[in-house]
Ligand binder design. Sequence first.
Ligand code: T46
Length: 136
Amino acid sequence: MNLPLIKLVDIPQRGDARGQLSVAEIGGALPFVVRRAYWIYGTQLGVSRGLHAHKHLHQLCVCVVGSVRLSLFDGRREESVVLDSSAKGLLVGPGLWREMHDFSPDCVLMVFADAEYEEADYIRDRDQFIRHVHSS
Ligand code: T46
């Protein structure tokens, strides 16, 4: 990962003969206490989501079924990461413009966040985001 605010982490797999089990916990894949979890699924073909940044929020994204491409932009550089395994998670810090593209029809994207939902934490205008990063 070239952008300092994103990090690909291993999610321990504890499967056995009965089937699979993946775990995200503090001291392991999770560097923060989870205050909210949500999951994105049933995304229509060709739809892109995200298209915003967060001022403070830290999140761990895990694609538990299917695949999705996340594109992250810090105001200068852009990086794309394909998530297609429940054994990998992407830690996404604040101050990054994020877009989600190429959802597979079966994609289930789980997101763990360190804060409750707060619309005031969102920057939904790309030009405003660029001004925000260049002024901080
Ligand atoms: C992010 C990416 C990866 C809530 O009421 N509570 C919530 O916790 C969330 C996440 C959303 N909402 C409402 C707000 C909107 O009316 O659900 C609706 C869809 O949310 P949004 O358009 O922001 O969804 P995405 O997929 O564009 O973005 C989401 C997260 O909002 C965002 O924090 O980083 O996934």
